[in-house]
Write a protein that binds this ligand. Structure first.
Ligand SMILES: *Cc1c(COP(=O)(O)O)cnc(C)c1O
Length: 360
């Protein structure tokens, strides 16, 4: 604990009845807790003025650098309530280390992992009544983010940077049961090239994915899948989820890192599936392997993963001129991996990997 956090409680917190009503049906990303965390950085003072205050709008100069040049990075994680009332995060130091890597790529200052975790957990603590009850797949979604807050239109790394954490209760990703996704293969757009920002969790990657996602929706699909920028041959990932391919012989393949985002769910599955006795391959995986493997029946399950949905089955892949796969049910390994992860997160299964971090 190295940040000296001043706390000014909200003068207008939501009533218990209002919180209860929101937690009944939180949706995703529309309701926010009573407080927010802020800390600022300058080259002279380093990180300073750490504070928790009432949640509310920011006042930004129109010249604030992030609005023009997108120098920012963010994280996504959750707090889970267990049956005994305790509250936990999942591998928070992994998020902290990833933000450090993103910061490096975006020329942002480094926030030390202990400080990152301290900030996130201080907010969870003060807003703990916003962590939904155990026994559902609800959680408190946590959004740490860092941005260039200097008012300056010159192009260089900002000399004033702000790191914040906000929290938003999240309902189960799947309302009405888990349904396999239909994916659209874009051949026009890519998400990241060699030397680009593909491995950084930064808003720019999302901005560049939106038009491809729109194309997917227009094609009647749920999400877009990107191929590598150099050859247009290897599967990268979805707009915000990593991919897995399961073979009938028990092998599992996931695209190698480099230009994809290094998902914490992705890496947890590598460990978990290994422990379950599966051979997990991290390698280049071509779109032809996908199409041919599903068509021949060699590939028996395809799924995507990320913090929000944990694990989502993939039913069909469509592209301009064809489609493959027609799964309407979630495959057995997809189900088992999903259930194991969720059970660890909600404390219903022993945490043999040491992934959970107790907050309260
Ligand atoms: C955050 C993210 C993921 C998933 O990462 P998790 O740590 O598992 O939540 C995958 N792809 C992209 C592009 C992301 O931004």
């Amino acid at each position: 604990m190295t940040l000296d956090i001043s706390i000014t409680p909200s003068a207008n917190p939501k009533t218990e009845a209002q919180v209860a009503e929101i937690l009944e049906n939180p949706g995703f990303g529309t309701h926010f807790t009573d407080h927010m965390f802020t800390v600022e950085w300058t080259p002279e003072k380093g990180w300073h003025d750490a504070r928790i205050t009432a949640y509310g709008p920011l006042t930004l100069d129109p010249a604030t650098a992030v609005l023009h040049y997108a120098q920012e990075s963010f994280e996504g994680m959750k707090a889970y309530r267990h049956e005994d009332g305790s509250v936990w995060t999942f591998r928070p130091f992994e998020n902290a280390e990833r933000m450090k890597r993103s910061s490096h790529r975006l020329a942002l200052p480094v926030l030390e992992p202990e400080d990152f975790v301290q900030a996130v957990e201080a907010l969870v603590e003060i807003d703990q009544r916003w962590v939904p009850e155990a026994g559902s797949e609800k959680s408190l979604y946590l959004r740490p983010f860092m941005f260039a807050s200097e008012a300056f239109l010159g192009v260089r790394p900002a000399k004033h940077v702000t790191f914040m954490v906000i929290a938003s209760p999240a309902g189960s990703y799947f309302t009405g049961g888990i349904k396999p996704l239909t994916l659209w293969l874009t051949t026009e757009y890519t998400r990241a090239g060699r030397g680009g920002m593909g491995a950084a969790k930064t808003g720019g990657n999302y901005a560049s994915s939106l038009v491809a996602q729109q194309e997917a929706i227009a094609q009647g699909c749920d999400q877009v899948v990107f191929l590598d920028a150099q050859e247009g041959r290897y599967v990268e990932e979805l707009g915000g989820m990593n991919m897995y391919f399961v073979y009938g012989d028990g092998r599992i393949v996931t695209p190698e890192t480099g230009t994809i985002l290094e998902g914490i769910t992705r890496s947890a599955i590598i460990e978990l599936a290994g422990k379950m006795g599966h051979q997990v391959e991290e390698r280049k995986f071509s779109i032809d392997e996908w199409r041919d493997g599903v068509a021949s029946g060699e590939i028996t399950e395809v799924f995507a993963c990320g913090t929000a949905a944990v694990v989502t089955p993939v039913g069909t892949l469509k592209w301009d001129g064809g489609e493959v796969g027609s799964a309407t049910e979630t495959g057995p390994l997809t189900t088992e991996i999903r259930q194991s992860l969720v059970d660890i997160q909600y404390g219903r299964r022993p945490d043999e990997f040491g992934w959970m971090h107790k907050v309260i």
